[in-house]
Write a protein that binds this ligand. Structure first.
Ligand SMILES: Cc1ncc(C[n+]2csc(CCOP(=O)(O)OP(=O)(O)O)c2C)c(N)n1
Length: 322
């Protein structure tokens, strides 16, 4: 009840965290809504993420974005859009501009396999090849687009990586639950892009372990056992086991780290809650919803704004949320 909506990335963490580690901190990323791992990897303060989820008075986006649709210019993290796949041509365009300016930064975008069926994705692939844009197109094939199995987006006819060939893009298909493989693939693609050797499409084959969002109940369309039967395992556990096997890590340190992470989230959540939770009054002043979008507010919005403020004043005389 503290917010309206949340989306998890459970089981797909490697596709964002490892990939992000392989990029430079100022490479521009154009994610979808399931790559919160990039912000965490880039050191974005967790309190900012939680403030945004609560749309509270600390929310830098002033409650104008759906929870989890973050944005951070300082972290080279492009504003997340709910309109699927729009980020893909934007990433390509940004990469083209970077190359034209002689900048060394590259762009990377993430898109779900279901969203590759959008026309925008095809424009992105065509422009990426034709202009040799320094860009990485990460397709996160978690096999589900809400309740639609990936077959609806063509997964049973060919792989998403194979589509790259037709466009003249380099195409890789990677075990998306192997964090080291994700890292290696992204690094290879980043080196290629930076050397002006061309764009790459990477298909991360993974599994959406949780529901699509908090508004979704996956038991209506897939079996409850599917998650445990998925053969490629959990990426965090796989990395942990690998590091223990190679003598780089141990259970004790893992336990300590898990505890510290849980404590950190608890502490920061508390701090964020002091700025307000959704629907409990502590949000940006009501009138600000008309600000920042237009340089010069059009007449009809000026009228709406005045009317809205009048009505609020009548309803809440002297109310703080004006
Ligand atoms: C253009 C557009 N069409 C439909 C939707 C509704 N919608 C939101 S998420 C989603 C599923 C996307 O699935 P996928 O691309 O596989 O990504 P995933 O959620 O699995 O990460 C749909 C259909 C939307 N937001 N935008």
């Amino acid at each position: 009840g503290k917010t309206s909506f949340y989306m998890k990335c459970t089981g797909e963490e490697a596709t964002s965290v490892s990939a992000s580690m392989a990029l430079a901190a100022d490479d521009m990323v154009f994610p979808s809504y399931r790559q919160q791992g990039i912000l965490i990897q880039r050191g974005y303060p967790m309190i900012e993420m939680i403030n945004q989820i609560y749309s509270n008075k600390g929310d830098k986006l002033k409650g104008r974005q759906l929870p989890i649709m973050y944005s951070s210019r300082e972290h080279s993290f492009f504003t997340i859009s709910g309109n699927l796949a729009t980020q893909t041509p934007q990433a390509v365009g940004w990469a083209m501009a970077s190359a034209i300016k002689g900048d060394s930064r590259i762009a990377a975008t993430w898109v779900g396999e279901g969203s590759t069926a959008e026309g925008d994705f095809h424009s992105a692939c065509t422009f990426a090849t034709v202009y040799n844009a320094p860009v990485i197109l990460n397709v996160v094939n978690n096999q589900w687009a809400i309740s639609s199995f990936s077959g609806f987006a063509g997964a049973e006819r060919t792989t998403f990586a194979a589509r790259a060939l037709g466009y003249g893009l380099a195409g890789l298909r990677v075990d998306g639950n192997d964090p080291l493989a994700c890292y290696a693939a992204e690094q290879w693609a980043a080196n290629r892009a930076r050397a002006n050797a061309g764009p790459t499409l990477i298909e991360f084959f993974t599994y959406r372990a949780e529901g699509h969002s908090t508004s979704d109940d996956p038991s209506g369309y897939r079996s409850a056992q599917e998650r445990s039967e998925w053969p490629l395992g959990d990426p965090v556990m796989r990395l942990k086991n690998h590091l223990i096997a190679t003598g780089e890590w141990d259970e004790e340190r893992q336990e300590k780290m898990d505890l510290e992470a849980a404590e950190h989230v608890k502490k920061v959540t508390k701090e964020a809650e002091a700025n307000g939770i959704l629907g409990h009054g502590l949000h940006h002043p009501f009138r600000t919803m008309f600000e920042d979008v237009f340089e010069e507010l059009p007449w009809h919005l000026k009228e709406q704004s005045a009317q809205a403020i009048r009505e609020r004043e009548t309803k809440f005389p002297g109310g703080l949320d004006l």
